[in-house]
Design a protein around this ligand. Structure first.
Ligand code: PGA
Ligand code: ZN
Length: 404
């Protein structure tokens, strides 16, 4: 790639109306890369820090004083050169000086610009060895919200329709129909309530934790029978968020760590859940392993807060048989190079990856390219709201290129 001729970082707002950053890089040959970084709300303890302590204004100042001169100076031959420079300029283990979101925006913008210079789509530029980019991820589509992503919902954070089909047009349609049907059922169940949607576009309703699983499962079954598309219920419990003093505190019950494993395994038995993200709090590798041992042949057990996309933590998870899949969020670890190391480690170890949005998103569509490039088993990007639909629509574009 030619040298970077222009580099800037600006403040933009995410889908919650909170400030984040967007990077814009332009090469000498005129190739452009623009990327915004999303933000989490139920963050993992071992994530990198999204912004310096002074927030986005300080991130912009640090970019101008420390990063832009280095970017303009760099002869960029591969992504790892840029990402290595980001680590070097930051100099901390968790990007607390320049901000993990700055690292993500610059790293992804750089990949987009490099791909553009080569005349290749981003997915092809990032494609992992042994893949052809022709298999598409299942859609992990958020239908009901709770926890920190909702006001007044259940403790379990996310209730998903997990739709699998060779063609994204079929999987996306099935997941959306489950969302629509859940809405219809909620309106019938609470005719006089004001129902809303949470941060990721799922419905929010005054439902109990298990009651919501039942409603979701019924909707999945009906859509599966009608469309003949494999669509099954799944959960992101985000269990660290309701784990207090050694116990998991639900509105209906409080359980100890063994009780949590039994409770979640019981849900898999009763409702046929196929996807379980963060079913156990983030420090408990043994609890994860016990649950994976119990249900790992029937369900994807996915670690989000426990791994925070860090290869070192995934490596410990693999050693301890803690799960069979890892959630991939670039800004948990900072750069694409760090992310690729985690994806490659997971793939080598026979683990699945699920490429994921954050609860505070931008309208960028690059996430769909990452899911295809990584050969991910799932793309978790929500279903409703422009910032979520942007990723689904991009996946549709990738699956049916122009001319077909
Ligand atoms: P976050 O949560 O983006 O708010 O961190 C999403 C998730 O837990 O998957
Ligand atoms: Zn999660």
């Amino acid at each position: 790639m030619s040298r970077i001729a222009r580099a800037s970082l600006r403040l933009i707002y995410d889908s919650r109306g909170r400030p984040t950053v967007e990077a814009r890089l332009e090469t000498e040959k005129g190739a452009l890369g623009t990327a915004g970084a999303p933000s989490g709300e139920s963050t993992g303890a071992t994530e990198v820090q999204a912004f310096p302590s002074g927030g986005v204004p300080e991130a912009l100042e640090r970019f101008d004083s420390a990063l832009r001169p280095r970017l303009l100076d760099l002869s960029v031959n591969d992504l790892s050169t840029v990402d290595g420079m980001l680590h070097e300029v930051d100099g901390t283990p968790n990007f607390s000086r320049i901000g993990g979101n700055t690292a993500t925006a610059v790293s992804v913008a750089c990949a987009i610009a490099m791909a553009a210079e080569q005349g290749r789509p981003l997915w092809q530029f990032l494609l992992r060895p042994g893949l052809d980019g022709k298999s598409y991820p299942a859609i992990v589509g958020n239908c009901l919200n709770g926890g920190r992503h909702a006001i007044g919902g259940p403790e379990i954070q996310e209730y998903h329709a997990v739709a699998e089909a060779p063609k994204p047009s079929d999987s996306i349609r099935a997941a959306l129909e489950v969302h629509h049907l859940v809405g219809k059922r909620l309106k019938a169940k609470f005719p006089h309530a004001a129902l809303g949607r949470g941060d990721e576009g799922g419905w929010v309703a005054p439902l109990g934790n298990v009651e919501a699983v039942g409603l979701l499962t019924d909707a999945c079954t009906e859509v599966r029978d009608r469309l003949h598309t494999a669509v099954y219920p799944g959960l992101d419990l985000a269990a660290s968020e309701f784990y207090r003093d050694g116990r998991y505190v639900y509105r209906e019950q409080t359980v100890d760590p063994d009780g949590q494993v039994a409770f979640v395994a019981g849900l898999v038995d009763e409702y046929g859940l196929r996807y379980l993200e963060d079913p156990i709090q983030e420090a408990d590798f043994d609890g994860f392993a016990a649950l994976t041992q119990a249900v790992g042949r029937r369900a994807l057990v996915v670690g989000d807060d426990i791994y925070t996309t860090a290869a070192s933590r995934v490596s410990e998870g693999i050693r301890r048989h803690a799960s069979n899949a890892v959630l991939i969020k670039v800004n948990q670890v900072g750069t694409l190079t760090d992310t690729l190391a985690t994806v490659d480690l997971a793939r080598r170890s026979g683990w699945k990856t699920v490429t994921s949005h954050r609860s505070g998103e931008t309208p960028d569509a690059w996430l769909a390219h990452l899911a295809v490039a990584f050969g991910s088993a799932g793309l978790k990007c929500g279903l409703l709201g422009g910032e979520r639909v942007a990723k689904l629509n991009e996946l549709l574009r990738l699956a049916t290129p122009p001319g077909n």
